[in-house]
Write a protein of this length. Sequence first.
Length: 88
Amino acid sequence: MKKTTFPTPQDAEAAFYEALERADLEWADLVARVGCGDACPVIAGRRYLDWNVQDPNQTDPETTRRIRDEIANHVEALLYELDGADGE
């Protein structure tokens, strides 16, 4: 995996958390949730994936990289699954 640079402290201060709203799910067939569990809204008929990964908030850079890589692995596995489901 290529090395990813981290934002400057100024960039990190500008970042914000935005809660998942019901309207965000209206158009989705599949929802991958990272850490929100029961706090996230649920719409019947959607497929939900709960990726239980450590919260990177206030972790050291090495732990943050490990969490990033774990999420990337989940995404790659999902893309492989979805591509295979189409028979391509």
